[in-house]
Design a protein around this ligand. Structure first.
Ligand code: F6P
Length: 328
């Protein structure tokens, strides 16, 4: 499809929801409308594409959603889209609705599907990074991440009050199956004593020694932030193992969990989503396809899907050192 022939696009959200997805949908619809394109919204991600769950979206349909968490288009993780039959059905839907190009808002799994589908059927697709994990290469920030870390520090600040009152050691587990962006940044932002992330090996022995040193310095309570994908185990497992190193240790575990996925997006996330939504549509119009749009050094940048999903986005080494220095 020549970009000059693109008249009709569809947008969908897929994978885990993230605050700011609605702001991105709004930006896609309004930018498309500005350029005289028709837009359909696909409900429930790839599942809806397979089942033909599309609805026309006009400018006014995306009014009053910029501040809302979740996604008005709903989302899903689709097993059927992994099969050639599922993808063929999705392509039939695109033909039936006369859709020329797709905008996919999601994370790693979403762009893995997008890469296969867009190559298989030569469908122009642009991805917008929407995941609280911030684990996509090709963008400094993903939509939803800023809101998630602010939700996390709000919760950690509250736990600090009770940890201080009772002289307790608190393990606080944050999301991040494969990456420690949320743990590292929420940990530094909340002044946690120890931060455990999947990217950095850590032993329970080291943790026990750290705590003992802290007790010697009259540190009466501790906040330990654990990313759920930490290689030494989750917060519950590590806390149990830690108890073996002390005679009496007053330990509690809090798992913040899906609270981090909901809520009204921060201004940072709304602006990021608005910029990326616009860039996705204008990227399609300028002939781009098979790429994720992101923000690198505060500039719009496009990265091929295979690089966005295959390259590991490394944690900032300075931040790892900073956490170490400040917690001593
Ligand atoms: O990818 C976003 C994320 O919230 C991860 O941090 C977490 O591991 C996972 O999704 C949880 O997924 P589910 O929606 O299946 O609970």
């Amino acid at each position: 499809m020549e970009s000059s022939k693109i008249r009709h696009i569809a947008v969908f959200t897929s994978g885990g929801d993230a605050p700011g997805m609605n702001a991105a949908i709004r930006a896609v619809v309004r930018t498309a409308s500005y350029h005289d394109l028709h837009v359909h919204g696909v409900k429930w991600g790839y599942e809806g594409l397979i089942d033909g769950r599309l609805e026309r979206l006009e400018r006014r349909d995306v009014g009053n959603i910029i501040h809302r968490g979740g996604t008005i288009l709903h989302t899903a993780r689709s097993e059927r889209f992994r099969t050639p039959e599922g993808r063929k059905a999705a392509y039939e839907t695109l033909k039936a609705f006369d859709i020329d190009a797709l905008v996919a808002i999601g994370g790693n799994g979403t762009f893995t599907g997008a890469k296969v589908f867009s190559e298989e059927f030569n469908v122009p697709m642009i991805g917008i990074p929407g995941t609280i994990d911030n684990d996509l290469y090709g963008t400094d920030f993903t939509i939803g991440y800023d809101t998630a870390i602010n939700t996390a520090i709000d919760a950690i600040d509250k736990i600090r009050d009770t940890a201080d009152s009772h002289n307790r050691v608190f393990f606080i587990e944050v999301m991040g199956r494969d990456s420690g962006f949320i743990a590292l940044n929420a940990g530094i932002g909340s002044g946690a004593e120890t931060i455990m992330v999947p990217e950095v090996a850590a032993s329970v022995e080291d943790l026990a020694n750290r705590l003992k040193m802290g007790f010697k310095r009259n540190k009466l309570f501790s906040l330990i932030i654990v990313a759920e994908g930490c290689k030494s185990g989750n917060a519950q497992v590590i806390s149990e193992a830690l108890k073996g190193h002390f005679e009496n240790l007053d330990v509690r575990v809090t798992i913040i969990g899906h609270l981090q996925r909901g809520g009204s997006p921060t201004c940072m996330d709304r602006v990021l989503a608005s910029r990326l939504g616009r860039a996705a549509v204008e990227g399609i119009l300028s002939g781009r396809k098979g790429e994720m749009v992101g923000l690198v050094n505060n500039q719009i940048a496009f990265t091929p899907f295979d690089q966005a999903i295959a390259h590991d986005k490394a944690l900032n080494q300075d931040l790892i050192e900073l956490a170490e220095i400040l917690s001593m």
